[in-house]
Design a binder for this molecule. Structure first.
Ligand code: GLU
Length: 308
């Protein structure tokens, strides 16, 4: 069988038709906000999507929202919505690891479970939830851990929010950090997000990448650092230089689990850097963009990384 495919190619009606019993779970209406592989998601699409979700939920037009989304960037879109949706109603993202044309396609059951979550009153107040392969993850905690496996999503550290079994939903816990109605972040009046670049640390990393980002107009830089957010010494100096010039620098990690703490091997206080605490680089970027859009100062941004 040919494993090649084009993502984002199945229209919404066809998705709904492919899932027996779906319309028995809830009254469903659909809107096609975008039809792209999620590698093509971007800031503008996030703003459009979040506006649409807020409009539906705040106008009392839906008890919950399900978003079908590619798995590549579902964690970022989910976290963005987790921070800027202003409703306690469920916002659920789901997708599929196998194309709809493949043997044992996983999309139909994932969509069934996602609609069951969105229709469940117990899902209220839990922020954005990612549903895949019978697992419910908080959008804050989830990350893609395997390129092809149907069991790709994990929530390292905090663990699962709950499970779904053929539409039977069980919640184990609520989200641990501020979100949606308790989030200070809003997209009102925003027509773009500030540029924040992610740089990947590695042995022998050229430190002038930092300067390149600054020259290209980045207002923030997130480091996918080694280990506990470490970077080569020359890169640390370049980051301190950028911070001195008003670019906000967050140290996250390329490691899939574990926290990044302040002042461990790198002296954040002296260099003017921020530690990401528990957020991976791609989620740190989302939070930093919203912090910058809100005009927060570095001290308040560090506080936000502990709170969200
Ligand atoms: N590139 C695809 C996407 O994230 C991956 C396949 C999928 O999981 O949908 O859109």
């Amino acid at each position: 069988m040919d494993p090649g495919y084009r993502s984002g190619g199945v229209a919404l009606d066809a998705l709904v038709r492919a899932v027996p019993g779906l319309r028995g779970l809830a009254d469903l209406t659909g809107e096609q906000v975008a039809q792209v592989g999620s590698q093509d998601m971007n800031d503008a699409l996030w703003l459009t999507l979040a506006r649409q979700v807020n409009a539906l939920l705040l106008a009392d037009q839906a008890d919950g929202v399900v978003i079908t989304h590619g798995t590549d960037t579902a964690e970022e879109t989910g976290f963005f919505l987790h921070l800027v949706v202003k409703s306690d109603r469920p916002v659920v993202l789901t997708g599929a690891m196998r194309p709809s044309t493949s043997l044992s396609a996983d999309g139909p059951l994932n969509l069934f479970n996602a609609v069951a979550v969105a229709a469940d009153p117990a899902a209220r107040g839990r922020g954005a939830i990612v549903v895949l392969n019978d697992d419910l993850h908080s959008a804050r905690d989830v990350t893609k851990s395997n390129t092809t496996d149907v069991q790709t999503f994990i929530s390292p550290g905090p663990g699962l929010l709950g499970t779904a079994s053929y539409g039977q939903i069980r919640f184990f816990r609520g989200p641990s950090h501020r979100h949606t109605t308790e989030s200070e972040f809003s997209i009102d009046g925003l027509d773009r997000l500030p540029r924040v670049d992610i740089l990947y640390a590695h042995a022998g990393m050229p430190h002038d990448l930092v300067q390149a980002s600054v020259s290209l107009g980045a207002r923030g830089i997130v480091m996918a650092g080694m280990g506990n957010g470490n970077v080569p010494t020359e890169t640390a100096h370049a980051l301190a230089d950028a911070a001195n010039r008003g670019v906000v620098v967050v140290r996250s990690t390329r490691v899939v689990s574990g926290d990044v703490g302040r002042n461990i091997e790198i002296d954040d206080d002296t260099l003017g850097l921020i530690a990401s605490d528990q957020l991976n680089p791609q989620k740190s970027r989302v939070l930093l963009q919203l912090c910058l859009a809100r005009g927060l100062e570095p001290g308040a941004i560090q506080h936000a990384f502990y709170q969200y």
